[in-house]
Design a protein around this ligand. Structure first.
Ligand code: HEC
Ligand code: HEC
Ligand code: HEC
Ligand code: HEC
Ligand code: HEC
Ligand code: HEC
Ligand code: HEC
Ligand code: HEC
Length: 427
C-alpha cells in the first residue's frame, strides 16, 4: 500500500531517459529550424568561393598574410571569371612604381592602366569625364601636368570650364596637413599615376569585392557628393526617388547584368541609374557628364557643349518611368529656376563691384568676412538651390538655398555700404 502512487527507481530512471530524449529531439528540431531559417534568408549564389583550393602561390601565401583581401576577392565575379591577383598586380621590372616581391615585380596600387587591359571602354569613358583630370586639376592646377597629360586634359569636351582661382586658394591657405585628408581625398578620383594613366577606379569600386551591388548603391557616391557645397546625397534622401530606395531598395535587383537594367530591376532612380547605368534608351557610361545640360557648379551656370544630345540621353532615362509631358514640363521649370539663381549671383557681383573698382577689397582671398559671405552665396547656397531643383530636394531649394541667398544679399549690401562709408565714399 505504501508503494502505491510512488514510482520505483527503475521507473524513475526510464522517465528521466524519456525526458532527456524529448529535450534532445526538441533542441534538434529547433536547431534544424535555425539552419533552415538562415539559409532561406541568404542568397546562396552570391557566396561561392572561387579561390577555394587554389594552388596559386599568391593566393596560398596571402590567405595567411592578408586573409581579408583573399576572402573579399574570392567571392567576386572577377575571381569566378578566373582573373588572378597577377592580372592586376604583376608588372615588368622597369614598370613605373614596380616593387620586387617573391621573385617577381608588383604594383602595390594597381593603376587604371591595369584595368584598361580588360576594360578599355570603361577607362576611355572615365577619361573623358570630369571625374578624371578635371577633378585633380580642381585643386592641383594644370601647371604641373606632364605634356601628354596636359594634351589629354585639353581635349576633354567638358573639361573646358576654367576653374575660378578663388576656390583653389583654399587649398594653399589650409596647407598639406589638412588638404591630404580633405580636397585630395575626394578629388584624387582623377589623380594621374606614375605610369601616365589617370584616376582611381577603387574610389567607387571598393577593393577587392568589385561588387555591382556596392557600386550601384547611392551610398557609394556620398563619399564625395555630400556637404554644404554639393549635397547631392542629402537631396537624394529627401526626394521621392531616395524615399523609394530607403523603403523598398532591399528588394531591387542590384546584381542585374549591366546594360540590361529596367524598371523591373529598379522601380525608382538612384544616382547611378540617372548618371551612369544603361537604362531605357541610354547606354551604360563612365562619363558622368554625358547626360548633363548645364554646368551647375560654377557661380553662373552656362550650357554644356552638346547639351541637347545630353538632354535626350537623360530624358530617355526619366521616360522609362515618367511620361514625356511630365519630364518636358519639369525641364522647362528647372531651366527657369537655374536662370533665377544666375540672376541672384549676378546681383551679388553688382553689389560688390564698387569695392572692386575702388580697390577696397584686399588682394588676399579669404582674409576678411566679406570674402566668405560673397563666396558662400554662390558656392553653397546658389549651388544647393540648383541641385535641389534638378534632383527634387525641396528643403534644399528653399531653406538651404533661396532663403540663404536672400539673407546673404541683404548682408552683402550692408557690409559693402559700411566699407564704402569707412573709405569716405558716399554711395
Ligand atoms: C610567401 C608569401 C607570399 C607570396 C608567395 C606572395 N606574397 Fe604578396 N605579400 C606577402 C607579404 C607578407 C606581404 C606584406 C604584407 C603586409 O605588409 O602586411 C605582401 C605584400 C604584397 C602586396 C603589397 C605590396 C606593397 O608594396 O604595398 C601586393 C600587391 C602583393 N603582396 C601581391 C602579391 C602577388 C600578386 C603575389 C603573386 C605573384 C604575391 N603577392 C605573392 C607575402 C607573399
Ligand atoms: C581587379 C584588380 C585586382 C585584383 C585581381 C587583385 N587586386 Fe589587389 N589591389 C587592387 C587595387 C586597385 C589595389 C589598391 C589600389 C590603391 O590603393 O589605390 C589593390 C591593393 C592590394 C594590396 C595592398 C593594399 C592593401 O589593401 O593592403 C594587396 C596586398 C593586394 N592588393 C593583394 C591582392 C591579392 C593577394 C590578390 C589576389 C587574391 C589581389 N590583390 C587581386 C586590384 C586588384
Ligand atoms: C585580366 C583581365 C581583367 C583585369 C586586369 C580587370 N578585370 Fe575587371 N573583369 C574582368 C572580367 C573577365 C570580368 C567579367 C566578370 C563577369 O562578367 O562575370 C570583369 C568584371 C568586372 C566588374 C563587374 C563585376 C560584376 O559583378 O559584374 C568590375 C566592376 C570590374 N571588373 C572592375 C575592374 C577594375 C576596377 C579593374 C582594375 C583595378 C579590373 N576590373 C581589372 C577582367 C579583368
Ligand atoms: C567631400 C569631398 C570633397 C572635398 C573634401 C572637396 N571637394 Fe571639391 N568638389 C567635390 C565634388 C563632388 C564636386 C563636384 C560638384 C558638382 O559637380 O556639382 C567638387 C567641385 C569642386 C570644384 C569645381 C569644379 C572645378 O573643377 O572647377 C573645385 C574647383 C573644387 N571642388 C576644389 C576643391 C578644393 C580646392 C578643395 C579643398 C579646399 C575641395 N574641392 C574639397 C568634392 C569635394
Ligand atoms: C563614380 C563611380 C565609378 C568610378 C570612379 C568607376 N566606376 Fe565602374 N561602375 C560604376 C557603376 C555605378 C557601375 C554599374 C553601372 C550599372 O548600373 O550597370 C560600374 C560598372 C563597371 C563595370 C561593369 C560594366 C559592365 O558593363 O559590365 C566595369 C568593368 C567597371 N565599372 C570598370 C571601371 C573601371 C576600370 C574604372 C576606372 C577607370 C571604373 N569602373 C571607375 C561606377 C564607377
Ligand atoms: C571619391 C570622390 C567621388 C566619388 C566616390 C564620386 N564622385 Fe562624382 N565627382 C567627384 C568630384 C571631385 C567631381 C567634380 C570634378 C570637377 O568638376 O572638378 C565629381 C563630379 C560628378 C558629376 C558631374 C560631372 C560633370 O561633368 O560636371 C557627376 C554627375 C557625378 N560626379 C556623379 C557621381 C556618381 C553618380 C557617383 C557614384 C556612383 C559619384 N559621382 C561618385 C568625386 C566623386
Ligand atoms: C532622377 C535622376 C537623378 C538622380 C536620382 C540623381 N541625379 Fe544628379 N542630376 C540629375 C539631373 C537631371 C541633373 C541636372 C542635369 C542637367 O544639367 O541638365 C543632375 C545634376 C547632378 C550633378 C551636377 C553636375 C554639375 O553640373 O554641377 C551632380 C554632381 C549629380 N547630379 C550627382 C548625383 C548624385 C551623387 C546623386 C545621388 C546621391 C544623384 N546625382 C542623383 C538627375 C539625377
Ligand atoms: C526607375 C524609375 C524612375 C526614373 C528613371 C525616374 N523616376 Fe522620377 N520618380 C519615380 C518614382 C517611383 C517616383 C515617386 C512617384 C510618387 O511620388 O508617387 C518619382 C518621382 C519623381 C518626381 C516627384 C513627383 C512628385 O509628384 O513629387 C519628379 C519631379 C521626378 N520623379 C522627376 C524625374 C526626372 C527628372 C527623372 C530623370 C532625370 C526621373 N524622375 C527618373 C521613378 C523614376
Amino acid at each position: 500500500m505504501a508503494e502505491e502512487g510512488s514510482t520505483s527507481p527503475l521507473e524513475a530512471g526510464r522517465i528521466l531517459v524519456i525526458a532527456l530524449v524529448a529535450v534532445i529531439v526538441v533542441l534538434g528540431i529547433a536547431l534544424v529550424g535555425v539552419v533552415i531559417g538562415r539559409s532561406a534568408t541568404e542568397t546562396p549564389e552570391a557566396r561561392v568561393d572561387a579561390l577555394a583550393g587554389s594552388s596559386d602561390e599568391c593566393v596560398v601565401c596571402h590567405r595567411r598574410n592578408t586573409p581579408g583581401i583573399v576572402e573579399q576577392f574570392a567571392y567576386s565575379s572577377m575571381a569566378a571569371a578566373e582573373v588572378a591577383c597577377r592580372d592586376c598586380h604583376e608588372v615588368a621590372r622597369n614598370y613605373p612604381g614596380a616593387v620586387e616581391h617573391e621573385g617577381t615585380f608588383v604594383l602595390g596600387q594597381p593603376t587604371a592602366a591595369m584595368c584598361e587591359r580588360c576594360h578599355a571602354t570603361e577607362v576611355a569613358q572615365f577619361n573623358q569625364s570630369r571625374h578624371a583630370l578635371p577633378a585633380y586639376v580642381a585643386y592641383a592646377g594644370a601647371e604641373g601636368l606632364r605634356d601628354d597629360l596636359l594634351a589629354t586634359y585639353e581635349v576633354i569636351p567638358e573639361g573646358g570650364y576654367n576653374p575660378d582661382r578663388m576656390r583653389n586658394a583654399l587649398y594653399a591657405i589650409e596647407g598639406p596637413e589638412i588638404t591630404r585628408f580633405a580636397c585630395e581625398s575626394c578629388h584624387n578620383i582623377g589623380k594621374p599615376a606614375q605610369d601616365g594613366s589617370v584616376g582611381d577606379c577603387t574610389k567607387c569600386h571598393l577593393r577587392h569585392e568589385f561588387s555591382l551591388e556596392q557600386v550601384r548603391k547611392p551610398e557609394t557616391c556620398n563619399a564625395c557628393h555630400i556637404g554644404p557645397d554639393h549635397p547631392q546625397w542629402e537631396i537624394y534622401q529627401e526626394s521621392s526617388h531616395g524615399i523609394a530606395y530607403a523603403t523598398g531598395g532591399q528588394r531591387w535587383n542590384w546584381e542585374a547584368e549591366a546594360g540590361t537594367l529596367d524598371v523591373q530591376d529598379f522601380p525608382a532612380a538612384t544616382c547611378a541609374i540617372c548618371h551612369m547605368s544603361g537604362f531605357g534608351g541610354a547606354s551604360t557610361t563612365h562619363d558622368v557628364g554625358e547626360r548633363l545640360t548645364w554646368f551647375l557648379f560654377p557661380p553662373i551656370s552656362t550650357r554644356r557643349p552638346g547639351w541637347q544630345d545630353n538632354r535626350t540621353r537623360m530624358q530617355s532615362v526619366c521616360m522609362e518611368c515618367h511620361n514625356k509631358d511630365f519630364i518636358e514640363d519639369f525641364y522647362t521649370a528647372a531651366d527657369k529656376a537655374t536662370e533665377k539663381v544666375n540672376a541672384w549671383v549676378k546681383e551679388s557681383d553688382e553689389i560688390v563691384a564698387p569695392l572692386k573698382e575702388r580697390g577696397l577689397l584686399t588682394s588676399e582671398p579669404f582674409d576678411e568676412p566679406i570674402d566668405f559671405l560673397y563666396f558662400e552665396l554662390w558656392h553653397h547656397w546658389g549651388r544647393t538651390a540648383k541641385f535641389g531643383v534638378w534632383m527634387q530636394g525641396a528643403d534644399y531649394v528653399q531653406w538651404h538655398g533661396a532663403y540663404e541667398i536672400l539673407a546673404d544679399l541683404a548682408e552683402l549690401r550692408e557690409v559693402v555700404q559700411e566699407k564704402l562709408e569707412a573709405a569716405g565714399v558716399g554711395k
